[in-house]
Every structure is written in C-alpha cells, then in structure tokens.
Design a protein. Structure first.
Length: 314
C-alpha cells in the first residue's frame, strides 16, 4: 500500500514537472512570438519611413526640374541637348541613400492628340503619323479608327473607322472615348491596334492636351523620318548625326539644310523650343526604392506647372 502511494506521488510529481516545463515552453514561445512581431513591426515602420523619405526626395527632384527649366527659359529661347536641363542628374548621396533624375523633352515625340484641330481631323498631323506607321510596318488604315476614338461625333470615318458599335460587340465591351487621349496607351483599345503594335511606336508618341509641334532639336531619327514620306530612316539618321548639340536656331534653318532640299515638309508641325517636359526621378533609401514621373508644362512666360505626377512609367 505504501509502495502504491509512493508511486502515485511520483506520478503526480512527474505530471507537475511536465506541466511546469510546458508552461515554461509556452511562455518562451509567446515571448519569441512577441519579439518576432516587434521586430516585424519595427521593420515595417522602418520601411514606411524609408518610403516616405524616398518620396520626399523625389518631390525635391521635381523642384530641381522646375527651377532648371525656369532658368533655361531665361537663358535662351530654344531647347536642345546643349541645355542644362538635358544633363542627367547622376546618383547623388543623401541621408540614407541616393537620388537621381533626368529631364526629357516630350515634344521630341509625336502628340497623338494632334489628330484633331478645332475638333476636325488635321490632315498634316495624320500624314506624319501614317509615315510612322509605314516605317514600323503597321497598316495605315488604323488612323480612321483613331480619328473616331478622338472626335465627339458618332459617325464612323470612311473606310476603316470605328464607333461604339464596333467596341460593344467585343468580349469585353466598351465605348469609343470620343475625347482626347489621356495617355497614348489608349491606342491599345482602338480597333486595329493591339499591345504589340503599340509597343512598336510607344517610344515615339505621347498624349498632350493641346496641339504641340515636334522639336527638331531633340527629335530622334524615327521622328525626323515622319516629317515626309520622302525621308527614309537612313537619311533621317544622317540628319541627326550632322545636327549640332545646340541644334537649330529656327525651323527655317532646319528645313533649308541640303539634306532636306526638295522634300515636302509642313513647317507648322515643327519647332525649335518646347513647352512640355518629363521628369524621371529615382530615390533609394535603405531597402526602399521609389520612382516618380512628372509631366511639366512651361508656359509662354516661363512659369512651370506640374500637370501629372505618377509612379508609373510614361
């Protein structure tokens, strides 16, 4: 009997020890979990602070762009790769990381909204775009559908236009915008276009709110070849190679060069100065990486206004 009591007590002691060990283990696990959560929370807080700091530096880069464009307006009335704004800002050390940026001339691209002038199709602008399509092996008939996407009326342009009826029958139905494009990527939704065709010409086009001429001082060879169906891409590349870094002082100077003699070029489509620019800025703070794309408008008085600010590539 005494032996049974002794065994029972030993069993109780063993169970008690196990319970104590279990409690200790649970406390240790809970403590580890709390510590882990605290570390995670600290990391999250740090990441949030880094992201916030990185974005503030990007806004600082935007101020830099506005200031340099304003000063450029005072210094000269033409825009070229010889200007201070065209010099890329290399990675600059800041507290916790780096900031860098560059300014691009948006009028070095064809403005897709030039298709309409005073609400009506602009033949000269459409002709330029057709030259771009031809150079990239895209059917020029898609221009009819682009006109219908932009204009306010519901009448299809002959022969290859497209209005609501053409889009409402799609698997994913929608209507023609019947307004200017907010982004050139809207072309993907236009009848006859798709992502593959859009990507071919995306580097050469932009959607801006008003008519904008092409700046011949910053235009690429592809844009120069757009100016006339008499200018091949090879000829355009030669023109670019001969262009001084400071560019041309006037549109007349550009048109009168020997390489363009006898070529039919519409002067109103060209300029040697620009009003629309794009800031591309990048900031790295700790593990946080942020980018900013800002569309900047410089008016006739040299005042700078931010029209668009986004973290998506333009």
């Amino acid at each position: 009997m005494m032996q049974q009591r002794r065994i029972h007590k030993n069993q109780q002691a063993g169970i008690a020890l196990i319970m104590v060990l279990l409690v200790v283990a649970l406390v240790a696990i809970m403590a580890a979990g709390i510590a882990s959560k605290q570390q995670l929370s600290t990391r999250r807080t740090g990441n949030l602070l880094n992201n916030e700091q990185a974005y503030m530096y990007l806004l600082g880069a935007e101020d830099w762009a506005k200031n340099i464009l304003a000063q450029d307006f005072k210094d000269n009335k033409t825009d070229s790769f010889d200007d201070d704004w065209a010099v890329e800002l290399p990675p600059i050390p800041v507290e916790g990381g780096t900031i860098q940026g560059k300014i691009k001339d948006l009028q070095a691209r064809f403005n897709i909204n030039n298709f309409l002038k005073a609400g009506n199709p602009d033949k000269d602008s459409i002709a330029l775009f057709k030259n771009l399509l031809n150079e990239n092996n895209i059917d020029i008939e898609v221009t009819d559908a682009i006109i219908d996407w932009l204009d306010e009326n519901l009448d299809s342009t002959i022969p290859a236009g497209a209005e609501d009826g053409d889009y409402l029958n799609n698997a994913i139905s929608y209507r023609a915008a019947n307004r200017l494009m907010a982004s050139a990527s809207e072309l993907i939704m236009v009848k006859g276009f798709d992502y593959k065709r859009y990507k071919k010409i995306a580097p050469y086009i932009i959607a801006l709110p008003i008519f904008t001429p092409l700046n011949v001082n910053t235009a690429s060879a592809m844009q120069i070849s757009m100016l006339s169906n008499q200018i091949s891409l090879v000829e355009a590349k030669n023109i670019i190679s001969e262009r001084n870094k400071s560019g041309y002082k006037s549109v007349d100077e550009f048109i009168k060069q020997d390489a363009l003699k006898g070529k039919k070029i519409t002067k109103i489509q060209l300029s040697v100065n620009s009003e629309y620019f794009l800031l591309q800025a990048r900031s790295i703070i700790g593990s946080a990486r942020s980018e900013l794309y800002s569309v900047l408008y410089r008016d006739k008085n040299g005042k700078i206004k931010v029209l668009l600010r986004t973290q998506r590539r333009i």
